[in-house]
Unconditional design. Sequence first.
Length: 131
Amino acid sequence: MSLPHAFKRIRLHLARSKEFPEGSTRHGYEFVAPLDADDHIDPHLWQRYRDHCRVRRFWEGEDDQFGKLMYRPGGRQHGRWYFDYDVARSDDDEPGYRFGSHAFRVGEYVTITDAHGEQHTFRVVSVQPVT
């Protein structure tokens, strides 16, 4: 099955922080999501093709984790996008801070709260069509 052109493969790398003053290409996420004309995640297309919205979390020193991009409704400001690695558990969910209002463009920054409750900032390093 081919996905609509709006679907993109988005890669995030850990941004500069106290622990990583130069950021890190060895810590991040790669996920597939539909983006609208303003480069925001499109919840309507996501709903139709949600099984194709996958994520891979890569973190040096740990095994890669694979899951899905999920959404809890509430509108652009109050809806909650998160990465879910095991649907039977909620303690592994990693929510994106205001993902609904962020534009996913190269050079932009987003924040994700990991499963331990720590927030990390990531830089969008690529947005490519899904082939």
